[in-house]
Design a protein around this ligand. Sequence first.
Ligand code: SLL
Length: 309
Amino acid sequence: MAPPTGKRVKGVQIFRPFVYGTTARPFDEKTNPKPAGIPDDHTHSWTVFIKGIDDVDITYWLRRVQFKLHESIPNHVRMVEGVKGQPFQIHETGWGEFEITMKLYYVPESSEKPQTLYHHLRLHPFGRTEEEKEAMRLNGGEVISWVYEEQIFNEPYEPFYDILISGALPPSASTLKDGSGSGAGSGAATPTSANTPGASSNKGGNKKGHERSHSRASVSTNKDGKNYEPKEEPFVIQRSEGGVLERSAMIPLVNRPGQPFSRETEQLEIQKLKEAKLKVDEMKKQMMEELEKKQKRLEALKAESAKAT
Ligand code: SLL
């Protein structure tokens, strides 16, 4: 951890949303053939990841992640360095479920201590009924266990605050000359788009939600499951406001105790504004009528006084 630079920005709390979890797929001749050299007892391929919502870059605040896997897995402690616009992730194969430890290391400007998250690798669907279990199988057998999370930076140091509020770069930025972002992850982490968890829909996603009590919303991916596709862009890259390119991902659908900001609230506000506008329109109409009456009376009085003189 670097020594703190500058002062803390008092009274400021900045949060950055992210998603973490696992995506597993059973080996299958047709849909997921077992690569050569994988032990016979391995039944699944899986990925553990931490990434931004809609794959937005988070490496401007998260520098590296140490994944601690089950001891039965060779080289079970792995450090994955951030690569701009890419998820922090590890692809593996195996036969059993276990608890994965993820230690998050922040950028040095933050002077923040690392933080640890725990996540259970799910290979098998779970649920109270067969239907519930079935609902967890996506895209030909994929089992996802994803959690939406928000990283809160309380009173960040000034230089880090500047970094945070300048927001994320779109994934396309990683392909441009930038100096950083060249730090490839550990051997195990080969970021490919083929198994990007964001590429599947979120049906059944985040069902368990027991990991963190303040997980606020389920994972949101485009309906059509599209990843963010960078267009041809000029060299000046627009950073997103607030670190997410898709702002709607930040607003939960419904209210919960202690969490009053949602689409529901938004709709209520819109309704209130509509009603208020109707009322104002009605008042305006009345006043116009009144004004007209007064205008007429004034005309009449004027005419009368003209007669009198
Ligand atoms: C269980 N308690 O019994 C868990 C342990 C261990 C999973 C699960 C080995 C992979 C490899 C593997 O899948 N370990 O050999 O590389 O379910």
